[in-house]
Design a protein around this ligand. Sequence first.
Ligand code: GLU
Length: 284
Amino acid sequence: MATFITRFAPSPTGRLHKGHAFSALLGHGLADGAGGRWLLRIEDIDPTRCQGEYEAGILEDLAWLGLDWPMPVRRQSDHLPDYAAVVEALRQRGLLYRCFRTRKAILDAIGDAPHGSAEAARPGPHPADEEAAMLDQGLPFAWRLSLDEARSALGDPDWHALSFVEEGCGPNGETGHIKARPEIAGDVILARKDAGTAYHLAVTHDDALQGISHVIRGHDLFEATHIQVLIQTLMGWPTPVYHHHRLLTGPDGRRHAKRDRSVTLAELRAGGMTAEALRAELGV
Ligand code: GLU
């Protein structure tokens, strides 16, 4: 039987909350049950939001939950040149284009777009003279993946064959063999202006490098899978099996998320909660 390798890949942008605990315990349990491995990966490519103290908090909280993981832990910010090499390879194949637009300009364009956001998320390359002028001025730019170029590079049969296996389910109950629709994500950014890489690129690179056979994560990333399958196929990387799980909601019915200041594991611990009690409450 193929080795089962999964990962828990938090971004150190805040303290972990119950939703993270659920995801980590579920993944660890599935890996244990399959005689496989559960890796911890720190996804800290966002220089504006990630902080070392949160990384230390993640290790502390996971250890408190009773979880263990192989060392060393992969920290994405230690590997920026590796991601840059992938960006360069895709660029040389003509699959990327420079985007100098600001987030605000893109959001404004979405407001103006006649057919909603899907179109605006594909701003397209700048006219050559405009691009040359902005390059001359030394303005920062991001690299976007061109869905049009990706589709012609793959050819229609391979484009239509893009798919993944979902062993959990998506937010609308999607499960089983799922056709990937990269167009729902648009021309995603693969290299941010400030970081030289971006989430979709770093995550697919690392899943391939670390031999991840099963990606276990929340429903909120189900849609991201559609574009990640495309990147894997363009790069010749295997597509793991996916297992998306439900998101926990708080007493107010809203999902737990760092930005909502949900109660953190550190606060629960300080309030006297034990890991056993939390596991029982979460049912994992
Ligand atoms: N780093 C991502 C997050 O914190 C998760 C990445 C993934 O599981 O694909 O939401």
